[in-house]
Design a protein around this ligand. Structure first.
Ligand code: CP
Length: 326
């Protein structure tokens, strides 16, 4: 991957510093990041339990444009918009006119003509959300719902919210992310957000073929041995191997070899702190990057991450399109 485009952090803000688009957590102001987390908490009646409804997006239209598969992100943006009173359009990209050669911008202009206010975009190509953000009308906001291996900002927010609910002092934590770091937009967004919150130590653990190649994660400790990575960790996040984004499979371990060396197992989890939490952004491959009993075990907060995803997306939608900001 290449580093995120440098001007994205400023492109996503209005002149008054409020959120216009959400494209990246890299360079997002600490105060705004914390405000988004705090506002997401308002949509949880207690940690992990929704449901608060509001009508702050009444009269607004949110369009989900997912040009890559999704379960969690797409469903949670859909629910988040509806729980705020918006009209929500889930465009079926497999039957959309992009299949007939329509350009992405013509698709966007078509939706603008239908008075869509927020476009939630997932795309396999780097730069697409920012490209769209540069071309939409003033009242339209673009939310990045997963961009190549570069950025997945709402996932980063929900991951940090989940960590904060269990361990509020981020600056004291050892956070270990293990898996296919190089091809992971989830790892990057979590890393940038945690960096902004001055995380105690961030460890990125992977086989050499999946270690981050670019220099943009140099603030983290790069580790190629899971035992070293897990030792005394407060947070352990497992990632899947993102084969769809790996061009050359040379050096990529097979499933059994991967689990033997990098799987988060019950045995390895004993190396982390006794109260360590276990996370996974999903989709999850049991028996490859995580043992099923760990995923379902008492230290797992994986379903809480999913619940928090709706709350985070409600907060982000309110920031960019809620009537209190108009
Ligand atoms: N974590 C995540 O982005 O999941 P989906 O691909 O199901 O949206």
């Amino acid at each position: 991957m290449t580093a995120e485009l440098p001007d994205q952090a400023s492109l996503q803000l209005n002149p008054d510093g409020s959120l216009r688009h959400l494209l990246t957590l890299k360079g997002l102001d600490r105060e705004l990041l914390v405000r988004l987390l705090d506002d997401a908490e308002q949509f949880l009646s207690e940690p992990g339990v929704p449901l608060i409804r509001r009508n702050t997006l009444a009269g607004r239209t949110v369009a989900n444009l997912f040009f890559e598969p999704s379960t969690r992100t797409r469903a949670s943006f859909d629910l988040a918009g509806k729980r705020l009173g918006a009209d929500v359009l889930n465009l079926d990209v497999n039957t959309s006119s992009r299949k007939k050669g329509e350009s992405i911008l013509d698709t966007i202009y078509t939706l603008e003509a239908m008075l869509v206010d927020v476009m939630v975009v997932r795309d396999a190509s780097e730069g697409v959300p920012a490209f769209i953000a540069r071309h939409v009308k003033d009242h339209v906001s673009i939310l990045n719902a997963g961009e190549s291996d570069v950025s997945h900002p709402t996932q980063g927010l929900l991951d940090i919210l989940t960590i904060r609910q269990h361990k509020p002092n981020i600056q004291d934590l050892v956070v270990t992310i293990v898996g296919d770091i190089e091809h992971s937009r989830v790892a990057r967004s979590a890393a940038y957000g945690l960096q902004t919150l001055n995380v105690g130590e961030l460890r990125l653990v992977s086989p050499p073929a999946m270690a981050p190649a670019s220099g943009d994660l140099d603030f983290a400790r790069i580790v190629d041995n899971l035992e070293d990575g897990m030792r005394d960790a407060d947070v352990v996040m497992a990632l899947r191997i993102q084969r769809e984004r790996i061009g050359n499979l040379d050096g990529i371990p097979g499933i059994d070899e991967y689990f033997a060396n990098f799987g988060v197992s019950e045995e390895r989890l004993k190396l982390a702190k006794p109260d360590a939490i276990v996370m996974h952004p999903g989709p999850m491959n049991r028996g490859i990057e995580i043992e099923g009993t760990v995923a379902d075990g008492p230290q797992s907060v994986i379903t809480q991450q999913v619940t928090n995803g709706v709350a985070v997306r409600m907060a982000v939608l309110e920031h960019v399109a809620g009537h209190h900001n108009v």
